[in-house]
Design a protein around this ligand. Structure first.
Ligand code: ZN
Length: 259
């Protein structure tokens, strides 16, 4: 498995922070030259809008050198190519229906059979329903891999203030944030003096609606994995910088048992 062995000393605080109880020994034994066999991992990342999921996903790809598999991208690819699958998807969407679970499951099954997934993979946008989640566990097991579900837990009030604090310069596109990156003069672009505006996506009612939609769709999946998976890692992503959140995810992943 493409895991390097830095930072093992961080494990203890990370375990405490993430609330997960690892098995007694790390699957990656340091120092004695023996590396126990580790199954490839299918990492599923859940995080609300504003939770930093995209950033954590990028960090994981860089660290583990495994592909990120986006079912949304795969579906859009088929639509663009206009092949049989693409036509089936377009028909469903025209009828106002969701893409069928079986179709998505099949796409994932084919994709993870590729050799670049031998050392593991990250699933993005899948599973989206409990039925897909059940099938995912079967697919992952039949691939000889094991699932690790990472849930970025956030305080919605923090997310709302973070997202609604965003301002953009309509002239040059520079982004500001009233908390983390305020302009020198409130409401004015540093570069060209243009009054800043709130993007539609960052208005509070839009943010609240997106969070409610995320919650509605994701909570049943989190409940499913809480009940069925030994490897659900819940990490607080509200308060720390993304690098610190990743440090905890990484330390925990280095210590989650393969059993
Ligand atoms: Zn500007």
């Amino acid at each position: 498995m493409a895991v390097d062995n830095e930072m093992p000393a961080q494990a203890t605080s990370a375990q405490a922070a993430s609330g997960i109880r690892p098995a007694a020994a790390s699957p990656l034994q340091h120092g004695n030259g023996v590396v126990a066999p580790v199954k490839p991992r299918a990492i599923v990342l859940f995080g609300s809008p504003g939770s930093g999921k995209g950033t954590q996903s990028r960090y994981l790809v860089e660290w583990l050198h495994i592909p990120q598999i986006s079912t949304g991208d795969m579906l859009r690819d088929h639509i663009r190519r206009g092949d049989d699958i693409g036509i089936a998807i377009t028909d469903r969407m025209r009828a106002g229906s969701l893409v069928r679970d079986e179709l998505v499951n099949e796409l994932v099954r084919e994709r993870i059979a590729q050799p670049d997934c031998d050392n593991g993979f990250i699933l993005d946008g899948y599973p989206r329903t409990p039925a897909q989640a059940e099938e995912m566990l079967r697919l992952v097991a039949s691939r000889g891999a094991e699932e690790v579900v990472i849930h970025l837990v956030v305080d919605y009030n923090v997310i709302i203030s973070r997202m609604t604090g965003r301002r953009v310069c309509p002239k040059c596109g520079t982004l500001y944030n009233s908390v983390s990156r305020p302009p020198k003069i409130e409401g004015i672009c540093d570069l060209d003096g243009t009054p800043l505006v709130v993007r539609d996506d960052d208005r509070e009612e839009v943010v609240r609606r997106r969070l409610a939609e995320y919650e509605r769709q994701t909570q049943p999946l989190i409940d499913f994995f809480r009940a069925t998976s030994k490897r659900l890692i819940e990490v607080d992503a509200s308060h720390d910088k993304p690098e610190e959140v990743f440090r905890r995810i990484r330390a925990t992943l280095e210590n989650v048992s393969g059993k």
